[in-house]
Design a binder for this molecule. Sequence first.
Ligand code: SF4
Ligand code: SF4
Ligand code: SF4
Length: 168
Amino acid sequence: MSHQPARRSFLKGRFSRPVVMRPPGAVTEGEFADTCTKCDNCITACPEAIVFRDDEGFPRVDLTKGACTFCGICAQVCTPEAILPTKAWAWRATPKATCLSIQGITCRTCEDQCEQQAIRFRLQTGGRSEPLFDNDLCIGCGACSAACPAGAIDFVQTAPIPSEETRC
Ligand code: SF4
Ligand code: SF4
Ligand code: SF4
């Protein structure tokens, strides 16, 4: 009997586990599960209503539902200090292949929403154009993602979790 399927599933679990977007200022993922009591305070307090329970009951931010204003209210209401006050946020926007503009359908919705002017378009053949996101200008707010009619904007972490020195 071949052991390939079991090995494949092991590798998938080891390397493909998605990184969950916790509220700004969340402690490292390893610490988070031990610190968060699943009280839901951050979920109910978020004025933008962008924090939801994940499959395990921990809070996760969904930037397709709205933009984060980095108000810090989630950190203020987190008594166990699973979320700490911070100005750092390592997530940055990136387009998916399902982007309408990449498919040749005219759309500049994300660019219109980006106050940081972090998005520009590079023309391609066949009437298509590719959105380019400038990681240095993007603050990961999610305004583009919330407005995208195709749900075609993803977020990636571009830096490690901030150290204590960068917290405010
Ligand atoms: S910083 Fe403010 S807007 Fe962002 S997730 Fe926390 S409470 Fe919501
Ligand atoms: S307020 Fe803190 S302890 Fe409560 S659910 Fe949110 S992160 Fe967890
Ligand atoms: S996440 Fe915010 S700053 Fe970044 S590209 Fe989207 S709208 Fe602009």
